[in-house]
Design a protein around this ligand. Sequence first.
Ligand SMILES: Cc1ncc(COP(=O)(O)O)c(C=O)c1O
Length: 389
Amino acid sequence: MPSTAEVFLPFHRALIEEEEKRAVLEVLDSGWLTTGPRVRQFESEFARFVEAAHAIAVNSCTAALHLALAALKVGQGDEVIVPTMTFAATGEVVLYMDARPVLVDCVPGSFHLDPQQVEAAITQRTKAIIPVHYAGLPCDMDSILNIARARNLKVVEDAAHSLPADYQGKKIGSLGDITCFSFYATKTLTTGEGGMITTHDPALADHMRILGLHGISRDAWKRYTAKGTWKYEILEAGYKYNLTDLQAAIGLAQLKKCDSMRNARARVAHTYSQLLADQDVFELPALSPGKGHAWHLYVIQVNPRSLRIHRDQVIEELRERGIGSSVHFIPLHLHPLYQNRLGYRPGQFPEAEARFDAALSLPIYPDMTDAEIERVVEALRDIGRRFRS
Ligand SMILES: Cc1ncc(COP(=O)(O)O)c(C=O)c1O
């Protein structure tokens, strides 16, 4: 077994280099710390990068999803279809609007929401669908967009994991009505905390921009500049969701290397897949034709038939060998909020429960060395040898 005295290999390590540090110092020297020219530049470069007409920077993907539903006027009594296999944010924003998150299960053998179940879950009250491009692999967007168009529903993509990713040659960020990205510390582009909304619809873009800064009339951020005016109008009750220039400066530096960081993660993923191919105790992530994977996560399944120990113990075994790992996600319907407030019960979404029970996310980040990848692989092989049933 490798020495436990070895340096701990974290589950995630952000790639922060000289350009991010320099960019932050420049903003500090400029004297303009909050939303300003760097945010506007980040928005326009991001929009170009994902081939969307408009991009609005916000302080999280949760804020982005909230503004999307607010701009689509989701309200009391409405329903929004959400995969149960997702993070808290995707469902809670529906509750912010006093609407009901209607949960659906995964496609068998996958972590993605099942379009057939989406169709079956639609009622007169359904307003929108929020597909989650889990791990960075796009959902079956043709089916989801076709279902939505036929029923006049909106599609808000939760793209927290999927920058950069593409579907049938189109960038994620350019497909649905609104797409929401995350720049949280562990994401594929990070600003510490942050997010971006993209859309082709100019009216929705304007509205989300206003709602994201107190419902104050456009260009309010300019009011402290030489060209600005002190006057402003509050148009509606908005939110304080703006990104700062300090964060945008980091984001701009990260965006420049977004493709190369993706390629570096893809290399880690392919190396894992090659080196673990002979391990029947672990099921490896599948690729899909026509889908460009962002490789935010590399999620394996611990095969309960060939390993004596549960996934939770595999995590402990990895930890003892100095390796961090994680689980994405505990399905929403297994949480007290969804059971007590919305009446969901364990057993309702068997595919998601089985996937969750066996899921294990391995370290994957751009600057992982061959030795680090091999260390993870060797630890898994060792666990496989010791605990085979
Ligand atoms: C699928 C998914 N959606 C939304 C979010 C929320 O992102 P943020 O932390 O930027 O609000 C996350 C964060 O982990 C996520 O994994």
